[in-house]
Write a protein that binds this ligand. Structure first.
Ligand code: IPE
Ligand code: IPE
Ligand code: MG
Length: 252
């Protein structure tokens, strides 16, 4: 079992993204309703956030609800929206204690007003915190985000603020919901599925992927450290050769 001491503190990923999957199967294995799994997911979020903050990660993006998740049974969707309120109420004091700033990405216009009010209150309350930035991806999908970015670019083009030849990777960034965050260095997906489910597709072009068969409600700090240690064993080449990367590392 990995501990905090096993992690190389000089090479901690700046930004970790997590697809928190497996709540429903966790509940089913215990002969419970799916919402029971979502309720028990909160402890895992709590531990991942604390572990990321203690390690000195700057950003933690957690996929809490996708655009496609709106298609789940109404009872589950309503249960999740209520749980959001409970999570925000219970976790805000811990975020304050750990200097964590809460932010959100996604189409929040679809979130019920009561849940959104609680969420916005927590965002406001933690806004001055200077430690880890925790980004809740809620009603989020990459295709939604890219469509929104295109709307913004076309609107600015119509106002004469941007021309087609000015569109580059860097000019696209300010139109994305993630404009204020660096790209994730590491993606962790629990639940055993080997896919990205419409999450941060643009941003994860060079992200390291770590897949775990563990179901999200069972995920604890040692599992987070394990993922970080695996990340630290990888060589990130960004298209260069291994020799080039090694030479660069020796220089720095
Ligand atoms: C992830 O767990 C949480 C959400 C998508 C909201 P699931 O609810 O997808 O759990 P499984 O994949 O059905 O086990
Ligand atoms: C991805 O999990 C979304 C979240 C974790 C919020 P899903 O359970 O919705 O993904 P698929 O449908 O199995 O790809
Ligand atoms: Mg799932």
């Amino acid at each position: 079992m990995k501990t905090l001491q096993d992690v190389d503190k000089t090479r901690v990923p700046r930004h970790v993204a997590i697809i928190m999957d497996g709540n429903g199967r966790w509940a089913k294995a215990k002969l419970q309703r799916r919402i029971y799994g979502h309720q028990h997911a909160m402890q895992a979020v709590h531990e991942a956030t604390e572990a990321a903050a203690e390690l000195g990660c700057e950003y933690l993006t957690v996929y809490a609800f996708s655009t496609e998740n709106w298609n789940r049974p109404q009872e589950e969707v309503e249960g999740l929206m209520e749980l959001l309120i409970k999570a925000v109420i219970e976790e805000t004091p811990t975020m304050m204690k750990n200097n964590v700033r809460l932010e959100t990405i996604g189409d929040t216009s679809r979130i019920p007003k009561r849940s959104l009010d609680y969420l916005n209150r927590a965002i406001e309350e933690t806004s001055k915190n200077t430690g880890l930035c925790m980004i809740l991806a809620l009603s989020y999908s990459s295709r939604w985000e890219i469509a929104e970015a295109l709307k913004g670019i076309i609107a600015d083009a119509q106002k004469g603020l941007i021309t087609p030849d000015q569109v580059t990777e860097e000019t696209i960034r300010p139109y994305l919901a993630t404009r204020n965050y660096p790209d994730p260095d590491l993606l962790i997906r629990t639940g055993g599925e080997l896919r990205t489910s419409n999450f941060l597709q643009w941003q994860m072009a060079y992200t390291e992927f770590y897949f775990s068969d563990m179901l999200w409600p069972d995920f604890r700090k040692p599992d987070f450290y394990e993922a970080i240690c695996e990340y630290q064993r990888r060589q990130r080449r960004f298209g260069k050769t291994g020799d080039q990367v090694e030479a660069e590392n020796q220089q720095s």
